[in-house]
Design a protein around this ligand. Structure first.
Ligand code: DAH
Length: 339
């Protein structure tokens, strides 16, 4: 009898099953009410006393082996069927792929690039870490100019010649140094200023610089170009140019777009005037052309510069500039449908 039990133990240990039904049949055979184990337990009383100990141990061993086998086979089969569910059933509906969203800064930047590329402007870029020449000196910014104040500029380490560019006008200089007119280029990029962070201003933001240099370029060309731009971007064609001052342009102007006074938001945005300031511009100062190796007797041109962040806030009715750099998915996901 003990021999028979030992054989069963071996059989149990070597048992394998293809499916759950086979495991269940195995379980009933050994552990069921009318199973072999109960038969062996019933046999116990007939076993001679001196063999009882060994016999008892064998049945327990068989019981443990059967329980363990049922348990491990069930687990393996469940695991396999899960895998089959994921990879095996090709008729299942596809997993939806989450589409990303473009950042509002990129959306606005791409629109600006697209609008200017239609009238022959290419895109140029320059470094964010600049030197004094490209950010200030070549742009006719005299040494005592307040924009050079430590308060506005981030210097890299203690070297006053290495700084984070405070505007994308530095790319104008680089472009003119490396290209001869005719020049039509826009330069989008990130700029840095040491300003207190609030809902309205940040210590880094984005600008697009525009530059047009050729023979006989006039202020009328500038105005027409800007009017085309505001019509395309905002759907507003009424603009005005207010005299202003920039060291790198002469004459210089601020550009306002007539936004209208139809809604309460229009009132708030335009402080009740209906006009919204969107950029600075002017005719490139002959000194700047000279600094960049362009003959100012032969060539003239215009330049302009605008903040992308501000335009993004305007166009998408975003209330706080800080949202643009916090990478909060709840904010970013809202731009999914915008290209
Ligand atoms: N660089 C100026 C700024 O950072 C913007 C600007 C004004 C750029 C007039 C120009 C310009 O090219 O002509 O505020």
């Amino acid at each position: 009898m003990i021999e028979t039990i030992r054989e069963h133990i071996l059989q149990v240990e070597n048992f394998t099953a293809e499916d759950k039904a086979a495991v269940e049949a195995f379980r009933i055979k050994y552990l069921g009410k009318k199973g072999l184990l109960n038969d062996f337990f019933a046999e116990f009383k007939n076993v001679p006393n001196e063999q009882k100990k060994e016999f008892g141990q064998s049945i327990n061993q068989l019981k443990q082996a059967a329980l363990h086998k049922v348990d491990s086979l069930t687990k393996t089969l469940e695991h396999n069927s899960e895998q089959e569910g994921v990879f095996g059933d090709l008729t299942r509906p596809g997993e939806p792929i989450e589409l990303g969203a473009r950042h509002p800064i990129s959306i606005v930047k791409n629109r600006i690039i697209e609008i200017f590329s239609r009238i022959g402007f290419n895109v140029s870029e320059g470094p964010e870490i600049e030197d004094d020449w490209h950010n200030f000196t070549a742009l006719n910014l005299p040494e005592y100019h307040p924009a050079r104040d430590m308060q506005d500029t981030f210097f890299v380490q203690t070297d006053p010649d290495v700084l984070l560019r405070t505007h994308t006008s530095s790319v104008q200089v680089r472009y003119m140094e490396n290209n001869q007119p005719p020049i039509r280029t826009i330069s989008p990029g990130r700029v840095y200023r040491n300003e207190a962070i609030s809902a309205r201003s940040h210590c880094f933001f984005h600008q697009v610089e525009g530059l047009y240099i050729d023979k006989d370029v006039s202020f009328a060309d500038l105005k027409q170009t800007l009017q085309y731009f505001t019509t395309e971007l905002f759907g507003k064609s009424k603009i005005r140019l207010r005299p202003s001052y920039f060291p790198f342009t002469e004459p210089s102007a601020e550009v306002d777009v007539y936004w209208g006074l139809e809604t309460e938001t229009d009132y708030k945005m335009t402080k009740g005037t209906g006009w919204l300031e969107i950029m600075g511009c002017g005719m490139v100062d002959p000194n700047v052309l000279k600094n960049c190796g362009i003959d100012s007797d032969e060539y003239s041109g215009f330049a302009f510069g605008m903040g992308i962040d501000r335009i993004a806030l305007l166009l998408h009715q975003i209330s706080d500039i800080r949202l643009l750099s916090e990478n909060d998915l709840r904010f970013l996901e809202q731009f999914r449908s915008v290209l």
